[in-house]
Every structure is written in structure tokens, then in C-alpha cells.
Design a protein around this ligand. Structure first.
Ligand SMILES: NC(=O)C[C@H](N)C(=O)O
Length: 310
């Protein structure tokens, strides 16, 4: 059963013309994460590698391709968590960084803090020699078009946000049974400047504990935070629920209690995994026993051998 890595490319409604690139993107990210695990790498190394690939892919709302805030700028959130020690690192409202997930990992590895935000996070990046990139390099024509569309009077960015979310995340278990979680996002469309979503909040955007499992979430951040979705799912697993049932229970509670939609990828330390969502779609992929599993719509589950190129 071990190792295993599962990634998501965001819950929501993925426009038809982007469904192919989303699927290709999650499949290649999961391959990259799995290669790390097969090479004896840790689950932390694997989730950071998979999420880095997704951040670099303009089809997703993270890194390059992030949605824009109300001012037309990019402010990103990311977090990592290591199930062995419960060490975690996060950045919030960070600007001009190509790979916020790697900066979150540096917060975990190089500081005594869990989360750095805003200019402080950028200052830390500079002190670590992480290059700053021009804002324009993180903005795609698509994200600018969606930003403009939602500036018109009467537009409902939250509703539209359910149209395409695209946050990215990964969970993994390495051959030693260590679990890890990583999540990265540009947040929600036309958000207020300074808005902090669920992604950098431990227990909401993700969680990892070797004694239970690991979760990475996506969906409407305000709803996810209200019910601490990642930790809630792990609570259900502690109570004896399977990865799948616990994920569904967490998502159903978010829908009934705060009318929120979203999606998750979940693993337990034995290598059981689930990719579940209450939104219309979520692009996801998993790699285990030299097989890639992937899907986009509810109930969809395709497989291919790891040796077949996609
Ligand atoms: N696309 C997403 O999943 C959005 C993210 N959860 C946020 O609210 O910041």
C-alpha cells in the first residue's frame, strides 16, 4: 500500500476547455510526487514537489495563475504540515513569490513560528535568498479576464468563485509511514486586500498527524474555516471512520451547517486514500503501486499504469 501520494487541483466547476489541462496537470504533479517517494524521499518532500509543479502550471489558482484580489493584484496563501512531529509552516498574503509552498516549508524548517504574513513573509523570503518575481509573471490573461468580469456592478464573485476554484494541494505517505500535507492558493476571486483564507490555517486548509492521517482541502475558505474541515475529517477518522466516509462526513457537515462546498484529498498512515468533493467537479490524481488514478466529475475514476505517458 505504501508509498502513496494524492493531489487535487481545486474544487468547483472547471470550464470544459480547461478540463483537459487540469487533468493533465494533476496527473503529472502526482507522478512527480510519486517519483520522490519511490526514490526513498519523505512524504514532505513529495507533497512539496507535487504542489510546486501545480503552482508552476498556469491552469491552477496557485502561484502563476492565481486569482486576483479586488485591486487586480496577487496575494497568495500556502501551508505544509509534517505528520511525524506536527511541525507546520505557512505563509499568508504573500506577494511576488513563484512558489509559496517552498516558502511555507522554509517557515517550518528555519523559524520558530508557524505562519508569516504579508510584508514580513516577503522579508523572510529575501533573507532566505528566495527570488522575488514580477507581479505580471503570476498573472494570466484568464485571471485578468475573470477579475475584470467581476468588477462590473451586480457581479457576484463568490458565486462565480464556485465556478472555478483551482487551489492546489497534496497528501502523501512515505515508505516509513510518515504522512504530510501541503496546500497552496491565490485565494478567492476579487477578494478584499489582506483577506486570509483557510489555506494557511492549520486544521482548515490542511492537517497531518502520523497517528491519524493527512488532509488537504479546497473550497470556499470562509466556510472551511468555520468548521475546521481538515481537522474535522481527521476527528471522524479517530472515531473509526474510513478515509472516504470521514471525508464525506466533513463535507456534508460543511454543506448543511454553513452551506459551503469544497473538496479534499485524504490519506491514512496505512496508505488508504480518498479524493472526495461536494462541488460539481474537482480535478484529482493519486499514485500507488505503480498505478495512476484520476478523475474530475463525481464518481469518475480512471486508472493508467505509471509507465504510460500522459
Ligand atoms: N480555491 C480555493 O480552494 C480557495 C481557497 N480555499 C480559499 O478560500 O482561499
Amino acid at each position: 500500500m505504501l508509498p502513496v501520494v494524492v493531489v487535487h487541483g481545486g474544487a468547483g466547476h472547471i470550464p470544459k476547455e480547461r478540463s483537459e489541462t487540469s487533468t493533465t496537470g494533476v496527473c503529472s504533479a502526482v507522478r512527480a510526487g510519486y517519483a520522490v517517494l519511490q526514490g526513498g524521499g519523505s512524504s514532505m518532500d513529495a507533497v512539496v514537489e507535487a504542489v510546486t509543479q501545480l503552482e508552476n502550471n498556469p491552469s491552477f489558482n496557485a502561484g502563476c495563475g492565481s486569482v486576483l484580489n479586488i485591486k487586480g493584484e496577487v496575494e497568495m496563501d500556502a501551508m505544509v504540515m509534517d505528520g511525524k512531529t506536527l511541525a507546520s509552516g505557512a505563509v499568508s498574503i504573500v506577494r511576488n513569490i513563484a512558489n509559496p509552498i517552498q516558502l511555507a516549508r522554509l517557515v517550518m524548517d528555519k523559524t520558530s513560528h508557524v505562519c508569516l504574513a504579508g510584508e514580513g513573509a516577503n522579508q523572510f523570503a529575501r533573507s532566505m535568498g528566495v527570488p522575488e518575481v514580477p507581479l505580471e509573471s503570476l498573472i494570466t490573461d484568464y485571471s485578468r479576464m475573470r477579475w475584470k468580469k467581476n468588477l462590473v456592478p451586480g457581479a457576484n464573485p463568490v458565486e462565480c468563485q464556485m465556478g472555478k476554484m483551482g487551489t492546489v494541494g497534496a497528501v502523501a505517505v512515505d515508505i516509513e509511514g510518515n504522512v504530510a500535507s501541503a496546500t497552496s492558493t491565490g485565494g478567492i476571486l476579487n477578494k478584499m486586500e489582506g483577506r486570509v483564507g483557510d489555506t494557511p490555517v492549520i486544521g482548515s486548509g490542511g492537517y497531518a498527524d502520523n497517528e491519524i492521517g493527512a488532509v488537504s482541502t479546497t473550497g470556499h475558505g470562509e466556510a472551511i474555516m468555520k468548521i475546521t474541515l481538515a481537522r474535522l475529517i481527521l476527528f471522524h477518522m479517530e472515531q473509526g471512520q474510513s478515509v472516504e466516509a470521514a471525508s464525506d462526513l466533513g463535507l456534508a457537515y460543511m454543506k448543511s451547517r454553513v452551506d459551503g462546498l469544497g473538496g479534499v484529498v485524504t490519506v491514512d498512515p496505512h496508505g488508504h486514500w480518498a479524493a472526495r468533493f461536494s462541488s460539481l467537479q474537482m480535478s484529482w490524481a493519486a499514485a500507488q503501486k505503480n498505478t495512476i488514478h484520476y478523475g474530475l466529475y463525481t464518481g469518475e475514476h480512471f486508472t493508467q499504469s505509471i509507465v504510460e505517458p500522459r
